[in-house]
Design a protein around this ligand. Structure first.
Ligand code: SAM
Length: 262
């Protein structure tokens, strides 16, 4: 019945029941929720989520998996499968099209594009109620990292400015077929009512964060040289001799808001 998992699609199918149950209970769909699953695969999470939610929309890139999943779901609930690359799915438009304010998103993500998927979701945060994702544990650690931590970086800052990040539990490689090389973890990501950007231009915040962490061993003065001088850094109430890894997410917002040039 089950197809050979495709490495190029990041296919690691979850088979351990207790982890499936823990994810479904973490999501805990309610009758009127509009639940979207990223990468349903062979349906390990899809069918149990569908059994609770009654209906579900899933986004899958691998055409070969779709007919079997659609057939098996028929007896469980109303499953709508979008055959697409999730990075090309406009979540805001999807919510509007279905007349819902906010989506609930879940998925055991394809690890080869986990960061792009997270950034994509952050872009659509206003149309998302919450997300429950299985990811590499190392990525979840970076998402939740605090200033001063070795793994605090671009992902931590950009996510934490827009969302609350709650690591839930870890999952060992043996829970998947085939087992990935790394430990995994499930995380809940809840968009904040208003992203903490305080009128800063999101593109400017992103540029500052990216430059600051591109050379994380350097002082901000050096790392941000192309974007602003030390006077501008001081104007944001930040020490130009500090390094990016010591700054709180809000410090980057203040840096992005300092007028430069002219
Ligand atoms: N949910 C299933 C499970 O838990 O067993 C499968 C998880 S598997 C780690 C990732 C799934 O994402 C696969 O089904 C894969 O085909 C799908 N996928 C990979 N790249 C994708 C993309 N760009 N857009 C949508 N789905 C993708």
């Amino acid at each position: 019945m089950s197809a050979r998992p495709k490495k190029s699609f990041g296919q690691h199918f979850l088979h351990e029941k207790r982890y499936i149950e823990r994810i479904v209970s973490a999501v805990s769909p309610k009758p009127n929720d509009f639940v979207v699953e990223i990468g349903p695969g062979e349906g390990a999470l899809t069918l149990p989520l569908l059994a609770v939610a009654g209906k579900l929309t899933a986004i899958e890139l691998d055409t070969d998996l779709i007919p079997d999943l659609q057939a098996r779901a028929a007896a469980v609930g109303e499953l709508s499968i979008i055959h697409a690359d999730v990075l090309k799915v406009d979540f805001t438009a999807l919510a509007h099209r279905h007349g819902v304010e906010r989506l609930r998103i879940a998925g055991n993500l394809p690890y080869y594009i986990s960061s792009p998927i997270l950034f994509h979701c952050v872009e659509h945060a206003a149309a998302i109620q919450d997300m429950h994702f299985m990811l590499q544990k190392e990525v979840v650690d970076r998402m939740a990292a605090e200033p001063g931590s070795k793994v605090y970086g671009r992902l931590s800052v950009m996510l934490q400015l827009a969302c609350r990040v709650e690591p839930l539990f870890t999952v060992p490689p043996g829970a998947f077929r085939p087992p990935p090389k790394v430990d995994s973890a499930v995380v809940r990501v809840t968009p904040l009512p208003v992203a903490q950007l305080h009128d800063a231009d999101p593109a400017r915040v992103y540029a500052v964060v990216k430059a600051a962490f591109a050379q994380r061993r350097k002082t901000l003065n050096n790392a941000l040289r192309q974007l602003m001088d030390s006077e501008a850094i001081r104007a944001a109430d930040v020490d130009p001799k500090a390094r990016a890894e010591t700054l709180a997410p809000m410090d980057f917002v203040r840096l992005a808001k300092v007028p430069t040039g002219g």
